[in-house]
Design a protein around this ligand. Structure first.
Ligand SMILES: [Zn+2]
Length: 82
């Protein structure tokens, strides 16, 4: 295994040549939560792993509209970050 990065959390998060930081959790009141993790893959490329939990309306079609808006917003955020 290659040497750990200075941000690698080590332990069980760091396996098979992959290095992972401690996840950063951000609560967004009234909207949901985002968990962001910095990762260096075994091949050396780094990426951000993003997991989002989003509150949805209790019924359709409102929930479907939210999902559609969400994918558009995620695509915009990915383009901006790239
Ligand atoms: Zn590591």
């Amino acid at each position: 295994m290659s040497a750990h990065t200075d941000w690698c959390a080590g332990g069980h998060r760091c396996q098979l040549g992959e290095h992972r930081a401690d996840p950063l959790t951000v609560d967004i009141p009234g909207a949901g939560r985002v968990v962001l993790t910095r990762v260096r893959a075994a091949a050396g490329r780094e990426y951000a792993e993003v997991r989002a939990t989003v509150s949805l309306a209790g019924t359709d079609p409102a929930a479907r509209r939210q999902l559609s808006s969400l994918i558009t917003s995620v695509a915009t955020a990915l383009r901006r970050a790239a």
